[in-house]
Design a protein around this ligand. Structure first.
Ligand SMILES: O=C(O)c1ccccc1NCC(=O)[C@H](O)[C@H](O)COP(=O)(O)O
Length: 608
C-alpha cells in the first residue's frame, strides 16, 4: 500500500489533528519557512500526545551536520529529510551519527536521475519534489507527473522506495495514484487558513489508503486493458481522456450529471427485499438492487447520460453506439433525443431479429439503426462496425461505448459512471440492515452493471463478489459465452482481456439465449479482478436462467431481463448453502419487457 506523509505541522493543534489520521509519517520543518517549528516544541507535542505509530521526520535544507544531529535528538525524530543539495558525505555522516532513516529529496530537473544515482546504497527513501526560484519545498506546485515512471525505474535499480511531493491535493491525488508511487508527501494541499485541515487530510487518506488502485496511467488493469487502436484513434482517445479528467474536477459537470440521474432517470433506484424468493430458495436473505426501475429499463442509462454530457462538453454533435440486447442502443437514442444530438446505433442483424421491440424504440426516439451483416451478426460485429465508422468520422463524432470494454479510458470511465449502483447499494444496505451484505452478485457480459456494482465494494474484504457469465448450452459445448471460464488472453476492440478463441487465435462466435451476454470478450478490469482473486466468476446455462426468470416473476412480481436472470440462477444455486443470517445482494440490471418474445418462444418450445 502507498505510504502517506503529511508534512509541515505548524502547531500543537496541527499535530493533534494529524495524530488522528492514517498518515504513516509526519514532517516538521526546521528551516526558515512559514512552517518552521522549534525542536523543543515538537518534543513537548510528542510527549503530550504520543506518536500513534507514526514516524516523525525532520526536514532540513543544507544544514550543518551538528545542528541536524542536535535537532534529531531534541525532537526525538525517526527520520531526516534532506531537502537541499546535501552531498553523499553529509548523508554518510548522518547515518553514522544518528539512528534515523534518511529521505533524500531530489528536485525534478533534467539532471535528477543522475543525482539519484550518486546516492546509491546510502538513502532509505527518494522523494521527488518541485523546486521554485524561491522555495526548496512546500510550494504547492506539481512537477510533470509523466516523469514519474523514469524516477520509479531509477529508484528500482537502486532498490529504494520512491515518494512523490509537490502540489498534491485531495482532488488530484487519484491521478497521481495511477502512477503507483511508493509514497506521497503533502503539505500545502491539506491546509486551509495556514493550518492543517482535518477534512482535507481525511479525504486525502481515503484516496491513498484504498488498497485497490486501477487502472494505471496507461489504462492497464494488471496485465489487461491498455489502448490497442489504429493511430488515427490515438488522438481521439487522448482528447477523451483529457476531457474526462477535466470533467471529473468540474463541479458543474458533476452537478449536471446528478441532476440528470436523479431528475430524469429516477435515481436512486430502489433496494427491494425479496422475501418470498428468499423463503423459496432457502438460506440467505435476498435483496435486489433495482436498476430495472431506471428510465429506459436498465442500468445502461447511467453511463449513457454521463457520456452524453461529456460529448456535449467536447462539442461533438453526433454520437454513435453499438448495441447487443438493444438496451444500450435505447439508452443512447434516449440521451441523444434529450440533449439534441444525432445518433447512429450499430446492431447485428441477428440481434435486430431477437430484439424487435428495442429496435422500434430506438427508431421512435429518432436514432438511425444500422444493421450489421458481418460475422455472427451480433454485438462483436456491431462493435467492429462502430469502430470503423468512428475512425472515418472521428472529428465530429463521439463514440458512446455501452460497456466496460474498449480502449482506455472507456473501461475506467464506464466503471466510474456505473459506480453509482454500488455506492447507492452500500448506503441502502447500511440503512436497511445496518451492515453490508455478505455477497454481491451480478451478471457479466461486457461487464458494466457488474463493475458498477462491485467497484465500491472492492475494498470491503468481507464482502464476497461473484460475477455470472452465460454458459449457454453448457461450457463443454461450443455454444456459450463464458469468456473467463473458457477464454484465453488476446486483444479485441482496443484492449487486452480474456477472449473466446479457436486454437489459431481467431475469435469464436459466442452464444447465449441473452442478446446482452453473447460477447466473446470481457471488460479488462474483470479479467484483472479474476486473476487477483478478488471476484469469483461462475457460469449459468440458458435453462437455469429461464427457470430463475420465471421464479422471480411468480414470487416477486418482477420480470427481469434474461441477462439479469443469469445472476438470479446463481442465487438459486447458492443461497441455500448460506445461513438465514446471511445477506445476498443481486444487481437486478434490467427489466425483461424487451425479452418477452424470446421468453414466449422458449417456454412454448419447452411445452413441446
Ligand atoms: O514546507 C516548507 O515550508 C518547506 C521549506 C523548505 C523545504 C521543504 C519544505 N517542505 C517540504 C514539504 O512540505 C514536502 O516535502 C513537500 O515539499 C510538500 O509540498 P506541497 O504539498 O506542494 O506543499
Amino acid at each position: 500500500m502507498t505510504d502517506l506523509k503529511y508534512c509541515g505541522m505548524r502547531s500543537e493543534i496541527d499535530y493533534q489533528k494529524a495524530m488522528k489520521t492514517k498518515a504513516d509519517y509526519l514532517g516538521f520543518i526546521f528551516v526558515k519557512s512559514k512552517r518552521q517549528v522549534d525542536p523543543n516544541d515538537v518534543r513537548n507535542w510528542v510527549n503530550t500526545h504520543g506518536r500513534h505509530g507514526k514516524k516523525l521526520v525532520g526536514v532540513f535544507v543544507n544544514e550543518d551536520i551538528e545542528s541536524i544531529v542536535n535537532t534529531a535528538n531534541v525532537a526525538q525524530l525517526d527520520g531526516l529529510q534532506l531537502h537541499g543539495t546535501e552531498d553523499v558525505k553529509t548523508v554518510r555522516a548522518l547515518k553514522e551519527q544518528t539512528d534515523c532513516f534518511i529521505i533524500k529529496t531530489i528536485h525534478h530537473n533534467k539532471d535528477a536521475l543522475k543525482t539519484m544515482a550518486a546516492y546509491n546504497d546510502l538513502v532509505d527513501i527518494f522523494l521527488v519534489d518541485t523546486k521554485t526560484e524561491t522555495e526548496w519545498g512546500g510550494s504547492g506546485i506539481s512537477f510533470d507527473w509523466k516523469a514519474i515512471p523514469s524516477y520509479k525505474e531509477q529508484a528500482k535499480t537502486q532498490d529504494t522506495p520512491l515518494f512523490v511531493a509537490g502540489g498534491i491535493t485531495p482532488d488530484n491525488v487519484n491521478d497521481l495514484m495511477s502512477f503507483k508511487p511508493d509514497g506521497i508527501d503533502v503539505s500545502s494541499g491539506i491546509e486551509s487558513a495556514a493550518s492543517k485541515d482535518e477534512r482535507k487530510m481525511k479525504k486525502m487518506a481515503e484516496s491513498v489508503k484504498k488498497t485497490y488502485q486501477a487502472p494505471d496511467h496507461l489504462g492497464r488493469f494488471g496485465d489487461f486493458g491498455g489502448k490497442y487502436v489504429p493511430e488515427t484513434l490515438m488522438y481521439a482517445l487522448e482528447e477523451l481522456e483529457e476531457a474526462y479528467k477535466e470533467a471529473q474536477q468540474d463541479e458543474s459537470f458533476k452537478q449536471a450529471l446528478i441532476k440528470e440521474l436523479y431528475e430524469y432517470s429516477g435515481r436512486p433506484t430502489a433496494m427491494t427485499y425479496a422475501e418470498r424468493l428468499s423463503e423459496h430458495y432457502g438460506g440467505a436473505q435476498i435483496y435486489l438492487k433495482r436498476e430495472d426501475l431506471n428510465h429506459t429499463g436498465a442500468h445502461k442509462i447511467n453511463n449513457a447520460l454521463a457520456q452524453g454530457l461529456l460529448a456535449m462538453r467536447m462539442g461533438k454533435k453526433q454520437i454513435i453506439a453499438e448495441t447487443g440486447a438493444g438496451q444500450h442502443g435505447v439508452a443512447s437514442a434516449t440521451v441523444a433525443a434529450r440533449f439534441g444530438l444525432s445518433c447512429k446505433v450499430f446492431m447485428g442483424a441477428e440481434d435486430i431479429r431477437r430484439q424487435e421491440l428495442n429496435v422500434f424504440r430506438m427508431r421512435l426516439l429518432g436514432a438511425e439503426v444500422i444493421e450489421v451483416q458481418s460475422g455472427g451478426k451480433t454485438l462483436k460485429d456491431a462493435t467492429n462496425e462502430a469502430i470503423r465508422h468512428w475512425v472515418a468520422n472521428v472529428e465530429d463524432t463521439f463514440y458512446l461505448i455501452g460497456s466496460a470494454v474498449g480502449p482506455h479510458p472507456y473501461p475506467m470511465m464506464v466503471r466510474d459512471f456505473q459506480s453509482v449502483i454500488g455506492e447507492e447499494s452500500i448506503a441502502q444496505m447500511k440503512r436497511m440492515i445496518g451492515r453490508l451484505p455478505d455477497e454481491v452478485v451480478a451478471c457479466v457480459g461486457g461487464g458494466s452493471n457488474a463493475i458498477g456494482m462491485f467497484h465500491p465494494f472492492i475494498n470491503y474484504d468481507d464482502v464476497a463478489l461473484t460475477g455470472i457469465e452465460a454458459a449457454g448450452k453448457g461450457v463443454d459445448t461450443t455454444e456459450h459465452a463464458a469468456t473467463l471460464t473458457r477464454g484465453r488472453k488476446g486483444v479485441l476492440h482496443g484492449s487486452l482481456s480474456y477472449l473466446l478463441q479457436d486454437e489459431n487465435g481467431n475469435i469464436t462466435e459466442p452464444y447465449s439465449i441473452s442478446a446482452g451476454l453473447d460477447y466473446p470478450g470481457i471488460g479488462p478490469e474483470h479479467a484483472h479482478l479474476r486473476d487477483i482473486k478478488r471476484v469469483n466468476y461462475e457460469s449459468v446455462t440458458d435453462d437455469e436462467a429461464m427457470k430463475a426468470l420465471k421464479d422471480l416473476c411468480e414470487l416477486e412480481g418482477i420480470l427481469p431481463a434474461i441477462e439479469t436472470a443469469h445472476a438470479l440462477a446463481y442465487v438459486e444455486r447458492h443461497a441455500k448453502t448460506m445461513s438465514k443470517d446471511d445477506v445476498l445482494l443481486v444487481c437486478l440490471s434490467g427489466r425483461g419487457d424487451k425479452d418477452v418474445m424470446t421468453i414466449q418462444e422458449t417456454l412454448e418450445a419447452d411445452k413441446g
